[in-house]
Design a protein around this ligand. Sequence first.
Ligand code: NAD
Length: 499
Amino acid sequence: MAIASNDYARLGHATRTFLDRQHGHYINGAWIMPESTLAVIDPSSARPVSAIGAGGAAQIDMAVQAAHAAFASPAWKALSALERERLILRLADLIEQNASLLAELESVDNGMPLGFAGINVGGATGVLRYMAGWASKIVGDTVEVKMPFPGSQFFAYTSREAVGVVGAIVPWNVPLMMAIWKLAPALTAGCTVVLKPAEDASLTALALADLIGQAGFPPGVVNIVTGLGREAGEALVCHPLVSKISFTGSTATGKHINRLATDSLKKVTLELGGKSPTIVFDDADLDQAIVGAANAIFTNSGQICVAGARLYVQRGVFEQVVEGVARQADRLVLGAGLDPSSQLGPLINARQQAHVQGYIQRASAAGASLVTRRTLPEADGYFVAPSVLANVRQSDALVQEEIFGPVLAVLPFDDLDEVAALANDTPYGLAASVWSNNLSRVHQLLPRLKCGKVSVNTEGFPHPALPEGGTKQSGFGRDLGRESLDGYLDTKTVLVRVS
Ligand code: NAD
């Protein structure tokens, strides 16, 4: 049976009204209508459902000027930390009150199942609420300073100050969540922001703009310009009044942005791609490990930066685990995001679908064997069957490169030394997960894994208090956790001669 595309009769009135709206850029607290537009495509049907503005250098300049003025304005600068906290908490409440609108928009725009979209909306409010509390706890140090001048006394301290205008550029895979991971710490620190959402999924950012206005943030504190990366995104990275670029996206774009930002020595945070390993030892609870390994790669159709795209299984239990993960994959229900029975949505666009299918075809042609048995039903949308591939080599593109789709490469290993080397043997260093009931083994392995996050006997869910980010070509800097604030703060040292 063919996979049906989204049934729009399921949408709430607010969502239908929002899709029909003419969308502009949110600049200085007002909507600026665009000169040209980009189609919003529903990935379940490949059909246009709305349109967003195609912003460029002119709109980015307006937005940055507004953010620059807002940064110095008493309406924002003179707010106390507690008042900033209250605004952020109000935004979280408004997101909660509009959760079904935001989840429906995310599902239509990105393709993700509505249930997963709802989890992400809840996650976004959690991040805002966690971060808001830090506003009143941003403090410096007092430092004892003695100098060899007779009778002299000094008083010295450091203070933490907001860096200024932040350019936030985010991808399409979990659009609202990614925007909030940038906005929450930036606003907590007292920065102002120009957000450039991904051209493939900008609707929830635009809905967020309404809520930011309703929450009472002064005009210009948050500005949102939609458009293409090489136009709006690049103009933001190169704008001289932007102090910091906080980017989440592919490694290739991250490197390009980092080179552009070097010219003006902007602060840069890069949350980039990954090829994260799931490692299953023979002493693990295999039932749990099988479900965990399957969820690690197939959630959001593999379009998750920390997706467990490589599965290493100790040789004695290799067949059992791989067969188990493949059966999990075969059972997943593919469908349009708004269909309540759907567990796996389409990929974001035709390019990504072709990109993912290309990896499966090239690997199969080179001798890899597909352990999953499902054949993909007919569909108008950008669906790809979840696929588990065995008989692959560590050096294969399938094992080395980020695919960002529901594709799992599986390899056996014999011992801890071998799996530590295999796990680290890609250009990336984002995340890893380890399944074992042998504490000694786990703790011998953990320090040897070169990555930003490791989960043990669990999937690596994000939590507002736990930093997320990578090493190697997965980038630098952290989102979430107290540490994320550091990227939005400068340190000022003050030395006072008292006598
Ligand atoms: P992408 O790099 O193509 O685009 C990301 C954003 O950058 C978009 O808003 C895009 O418009 C913009 N952009 C593109 N070219 C630009 C340029 N020249 N100058 C300025 N901005 C530009 O990535 P994508 O395909 O949207 O997202 C998928 C990637 O994101 C994957 O590699 C994934 O691993 C990564 N990702 C990483 C994390 C993390 O936390 N490490 C989280 C989610 C996604």
